[in-house]
Write a protein that binds this ligand. Structure first.
Ligand code: PEP
Length: 256
């Protein structure tokens, strides 16, 4: 079978100025050995204003830590005040970018069509999109979470070739588990991640589905990461709150 390298991605959200960002990256690097960083891909996703500083820290010390943006414009350049483009992120050495986070969908009204365009923009610029999907509490209570997530997946990947899809990372983040301390059970995480892989196999092909890394996100901590990672279709975690503490995030990255 295919071996998928585990990926731990720390979404800092709107936290840490560039000085604090530098400190966190240095501390994180000090807590992880080259062996850890080779086994588990470790990525930080700081605010745009921190990216240059993170680049300097990573390049200067030749750290094996990746980094990326939390969003990108669907456009390459132009009159889009306040937005940041794929070429700008790529030029700063970013290799990842979050697309369609539930906070962007909720607070910036991003719909499936915008998310689809952003996934395409990321790929066009050589960035790996971390495509976030996930249901709110109401949908979960109606037991419609699997079709909801698969619909979001299909919409976001519309028009992509199987070759492009292998370069996408999918993050299943149940909205009711984000920043709430309510972690989905490992079985809940596996259910949706497994169904997502199944859908990728149906929409594209089985070989593609086996290559795509699927993350779980929602109140992941050092204390619960191991059981979540033990699930067959969970290949990593997207970590919010717990990624702001260097020691906690390093512990998450050292899960095996
Ligand atoms: C997130 O928003 O991507 C996230 C997983 O947040 P938290 O870990 O804080 O629930």
């Amino acid at each position: 079978g295919v071996t998928r390298r585990p990926l731990m991605a720390g979404n800092w959200k709107m936290n840490l100025n560039h000085l604090e960002a530098n400190l966190l990256v240095q501390k994180l690097a000090a807590s992880l050995t080259e062996k850890h960083l080779t086994e588990v891909e470790t990525v930080v996703l700081p605010p745009f204003t921190d990216l240059r500083t993170v680049q300097t820290a990573v390049d200067g010390d030749k750290l094996l830590i990746g980094y990326g943006g939390q969003d990108l414009s669907p456009y390459q350049s132009g009159a889009y005040t306040g937005d940041v483009s794929g070429p700008m992120l790529a030029k700063l050495g970013c290799t990842y970018v979050v697309v369609g986070h539930s906070e962007r969908r909720a607070f910036h009204y991003e719909d499936d069509a915008v998310v689809n365009a952003k996934v395409a923009a990321a790929l066009a610029n050589g960035l790996t999109p971390i495509l976030c999907i996930g249901e709110g509490l109401e949908i979960r209570e109606q037991l419609k979470h699997v079709p909801h997530c698969c619909d979001q997946l299909d919409a976001a990947l519309k028009g992509l070739t199987p070759e492009q899809v292998t370069k996408v990372v999918v993050a299943y983040e149940p909205v009711w588990a984000i920043g709430t301390g309510k972690t989905a059970t490992p079985e809940d995480a596996q259910e949706v991640c497994g169904e997502v892989r199944k859908r990728l196999g149906q929409t594209f092909d089985e070989g593609t589905a086996q290559q795509v890394r699927i993350l779980y996100g929602g109140s992941v901590k050092a204390s619960n990461v191991a059981l979540i990672m033990a699930q067959p279709d969970v290949d990593g975690a997207l970590v919010g709150g717990a990624s702001l503490d260097a020691e906690e995030f390093a512990q998450i990255c050292r899960f095996p």
